[in-house]
Design a protein around this ligand. Structure first.
Ligand code: UD1
Length: 319
């Protein structure tokens, strides 16, 4: 029986990976989460099937015994958000760089089979060329982008120096059910959905013509499961995107259409550290991992909206 460890397994993406692993039914799943931004509610339906450990990746001694002997470690624990990392860079540095080092070290010393690392498309920065290909020189524009890139570099060095198999997946703006809309640092689509359901105007930083390759969380789960098993990919980096590109204005227009509402957005100044456009070239992930995203933006957004309507109504409405 395989042993899987998911750091950040009570978070939005981590808990989706946990459910994906359980659906496959091929092993035991341990979750490591300090519940800083994760929430045990995300694991409600599967709580009896996972080993949950409230532990912090900043503490090597705490996590080393939990990681020991894992076949695959999915490293999702992080303090996300570009603006948060600019306003308060110390905690994200500590978690995203030092914590990642601890996870890699615990995996290497504990004889883990592979670490699949949640890297970020923010590493590409603002170069004008689209789509972004893994061979481009990274140009991080924010502490968050640099921290996630440092994690990638550490992963590939652990692969070359310590024979730990690592695979890095550069996520492109993941969205879907369970993304937490409660903070100013939340992903923009979760905030937009909260706005449409509460009938309030969303804030759009800039003219709204910036674009993102929004990627539905179930596609990211598929990518992770494939990256956990693909042969011959140790030390490599892959884009984890949908391959498309949607502007914020288009996303808000679609939500208004779904709900039959007209609510003009409130436009403010562009956000510091923001990248203007982002789009993944998924050729390498398709060829080497067998990745094939299944959800169009419209489908994914509709599913997400429905989930919030069904499951989070009181939370979204603040009741
Ligand atoms: C970045 C990364 C992404 C990573 C995420 C982690 C890029 C291209 N993407 O996302 O891979 O997973 O950090 O946090 O760097 N916005 C508004 N109004 C709001 C909130 C946001 O207009 O209320 C705008 C932002 O200015 C930005 C876009 O929406 O232009 C997306 O923002 P956000 O959802 O925070 O994600 P990124 O910073 O793009």
């Amino acid at each position: 029986m395989n042993k899987y460890v998911v750091t950040g397994g009570a978070g939005f993406i981590g808990s989706a990976i946990v459910r994906g692993l359980l659906r496959e039914g091929s092993g035991r799943v341990s979750v490591i989460d300090n519940l800083f931004s994760g929430n045990e509610r995300n694991l409600d339906e599967v709580r009896g099937q996972v080993d949950f450990h409230r532990a912090d990746i900043r503490n090597f001694d705490e996590i080393a015994p939990l990681v020991r002997g894992a076949d695959v470690v999915f490293h999702e624990a992080a303090i996300p958000s570009v603006p948060r990392s600019i306003e308060d860079p110390v905690p994200s540095h500590d978690v995203n760089i030092n914590g990642t080092f601890n996870v890699l070290r615990a995996a290497a010393e504990g004889g883990a089979g592979r670490v699949v690392y949640a890297a970020s498309s923010s590493a590409y920065g603002d170069s004008l060329v689209l789509p972004k290909v893994e061979t481009m020189t990274p140009k991080p524009k924010s502490p968050y982008a640099l921290q996630k890139l440092a994690g990638e570099y550490y992963a590939s060095v652990f692969a070359s120096c310590f024979k730990l198999e690592t695979v890095c997946l550069r996520y492109f703006n993941v969205y879907g059910p369970r993304q937490d809309p409660s903070s100013q640092y939340s992903g923009v689509l979760s905030l937009f959905i909260k706005s449409i359901l509460t009938g309030t105007a969303p804030a759009i930083f800039g003219d709204g013509e910036q674009s993102r390759d929004f990627t539905f969380v179930d596609d990211v789960v598929q990518l992770n499961l494939k990256a956990a098993r693909a042969p011959g990919v140790a030390g490599k980096v892959f884009n984890g995107g949908n391959g498309g590109r949607i502007t914020l204005n288009q996303a808000w227009a679609l939500l208004q259409k779904f709900e039959g509402k007209t609510i003009p957005a409130l436009h403010g100044a562009p956000r510091a550290g923001d990248v203007h456009d982002s789009q993944a070239d998924t050729t390498a992930a398709a060829a080497e991992l067998g990745y094939a995203p299944k959800y169009s933006f419209e489908e994914g957004l509709r599913l997400t909206l429905e989930w919030y309507r069904q499951n989070q109504r009181s939370a979204v409405l603040g009741g």
